[in-house]
Design a protein around this ligand. Sequence first.
Ligand SMILES: Nc1ncnc2c1ncn2[C@@H]1O[C@H](COP(=O)(O)OP(=O)(O)OP(=O)(O)O)[C@@H](O)[C@H]1O
Ligand SMILES: [Mg+2]
Length: 277
Amino acid sequence: MHLIEARDLCYSYRNDIAALRDVNFIAGRKSRIAVIGANGAGKSTLFKHFNGILKPTSGDVLIRGEPITRKNIREVRKFVGIVFQNPDDQIFSPTVEQDVAFGPTNLGLDENTVGHRVDEALRLVGIEDLRERVPHHLSGGEKKRVAIAGVIAMEPQVMVMDEPTAGLDPQGVSDLISFVNTLPEKYGITVLLSTHHLDIVPEMADFIYVMDRGSIVGKGTVNEIFMQDDLLRRSRLEVPALPRLIRSLRAHGIDIPLGFTYEEAERAFLAAFREKP
Ligand SMILES: Nc1ncnc2c1ncn2[C@@H]1O[C@H](COP(=O)(O)OP(=O)(O)OP(=O)(O)O)[C@@H](O)[C@H]1O
Ligand SMILES: [Mg+2]
């Protein structure tokens, strides 16, 4: 049984344009999965099916093997936490602290536990100093962090993040990467994220689904997908600069290993260019 599964999932908004076409998708325990695709590919529409915000037009979405029903939707939302693309869709309390406390309070947890969870979430996301602020008056990146903290405080088993790095500054992006990467090993959490910024993908995911115009057009490991220039170009995406450069050097006959994350690329360059003693 998979944590999340979509089977032949189709979805049309009211305008009848097919936003999802026969999507088959699987997320297992402790996995780190990226859904990549250009604007309008269907990433947000797919994610909104994973906690029952949208219902399939046809096909199935199964959470731990069960379809989402009115009866289990509370359980599903406890299990699958979603950080929306636009934090304004998610933040509504008068202070940051109250906002982050909203989810755990709704789960019926006692005040003490809620307090602990809020402290921990604010600390993990690095926004303890924003605690008393009015969310509405925060910058875009600050709001994004509040939205992430709010989902962390729910302690979901699956954390779905729609464009998590959009609007974050470089420090914010690298903080997010290090913190999200602790989730699968430390807490057994499965991470799903969507993005069209492919640089972050090798840093944050092991497995990739490629979407284009509502369909899954490719899936595989980072290595497998990043080798398919044509697929990415057809999907209006591009292999990031570092792996592209390494592949170009290899094509020019320079003996350099492949590398996808910054660290792998650094190692590859050192191995290739460091003067051998
Ligand atoms: N509320 C809506 N009503 C009608 N059509 C919609 C609605 N939301 C999205 N769509 C359409 O559905 C398709 C998929 O949109 P979706 O937001 O899922 O794409 P996305 O991959 O998340 O794009 P982005 O990278 O811009 O966030 C697009 O053609 C979009 O115009
Ligand atoms: Mg989107």
